[in-house]
Design a protein around this ligand. Structure first.
Ligand code: GTP
Length: 188
């Protein structure tokens, strides 16, 4: 049969944006009865093999592998102090999931700074690597719409790579399927 492509997905976003919640939704262990928000296809490929948490150095990394997908999740709250560590993973990433807390208006500027730094990195700039944005926590009353989040982050300025933004509620798994379908199409 066909060999599945090894795909590294890097999940970025400020602390508290919802990265862990989204990643947990991708893990088939959480959907033993196939009742989760993700298609069987995705559940099939996201078979958890390993998990590793490294909290001691000021930011966390979580990794889990599947037959064809390898997820690496970073908490960017460590900011520039730890950038030299996580930027090491840029080169080997085939897709990016960037999670935003849509209700966190105060830190939208910080999010934009981190996004711009990421987009301008030598290993990312000019590379046609798909970037999926989740405008997460859409269920909260003061959450901005995905259009508003997109405007605040100036996503229309991204010309060198395909990108897509989805409103999501990671707790309930809403919006994740749409985003991942898009990502899968881009990777295929
Ligand atoms: P760090 O581990 O600090 O990097 O955070 P994280 O980005 O992994 O966020 P995490 O998934 O831990 O979520 C932070 C908090 O937000 C938790 O209390 C989640 O339950 C909550 N949360 C995540 N997604 C949503 C959402 O869509 N809606 C609401 N209301 N809460 C959410």
């Amino acid at each position: 049969g066909l060999r599945k492509k090894e795909v590294n997905v890097l999940c970025l976003g400020l602390d508290n944006s919802g990265k862990s919640t989204i990643i947990n939704q991708l893990k088939p262990a959480n959907h033993p009865n196939h009742l989760g928000p993700l298609s069987p296809e995705w559940k099939h490929v996201s078979q958890t093999q390993a998990q590793e948490i490294v909290p001691t150095i000021g930011f966390s990394i979580e990794k889990f592998k599947s037959s064809s997908l390898s997820f690496t999740v970073f908490d960017m709250s460590g900011q520039s102090r730890y950038r030299s560590l996580w930027e090491h993973y840029y080169k080997e990433s085939h897709a990016i999931i960037f999670v935003i807390d849509s209700s966190d208006k105060l830190r939208m500027v910080v999010t934009k700074e981190e996004l711009d730094t990421f987009l301008n990195h030598e290993d990312i700039r000019g590379k046609r690597i798909p970037v999926l944005f989740f405008a997460n926590k859409m269920d909260l009353q003061d959450a901005m719409s995905s259009v508003k989040v997109s405007q605040m982050l100036c996503l229309e300025n991204i010309k060198d790579k395909p990108w897509h933004i989805c409103a999501s509620n990671a707790v309930r798994g809403e919006g994740l399927q749409e985003g991942l379908d898009w990502l899968q199409d881009q990777i295929a």
